[in-house]
Design a protein around this ligand. Structure first.
Ligand SMILES: [Zn+2]
Length: 69
């Protein structure tokens, strides 16, 4: 049996790229909005783990942990 590592990697890469795009836009001061509640997304870089940032909306339906590398 063959584990489909390709599909797994593609999924991971897609999520990673999406996070990178979000981070890029927010760090440029560009506004992004939660797709659920339409509230502005905020970037919080003061996480306990310094390699992580948190993107969230006011209501909490968006909660994305970003890898900062
Ligand atoms: Zn929201």
């Amino acid at each position: 049996m063959k584990f489909d590592i390709d599909a797994f990697n593609k999924k991971r890469a897609a999520a990673f790229n999406q996070h990178k795009t979000i981070l890029k836009k927010l760090s440029k001061g560009q506004a992004l909005f939660c797709e659920h509640c339409k509230q502005p997304l905020q970037l919080d870089l003061n996480q306990t783990d310094k390699h992580q940032g948190l993107v969230s909306c006011g209501k909490g339906c968006t909660h994305i942990e970003l890898e900062l590398g």
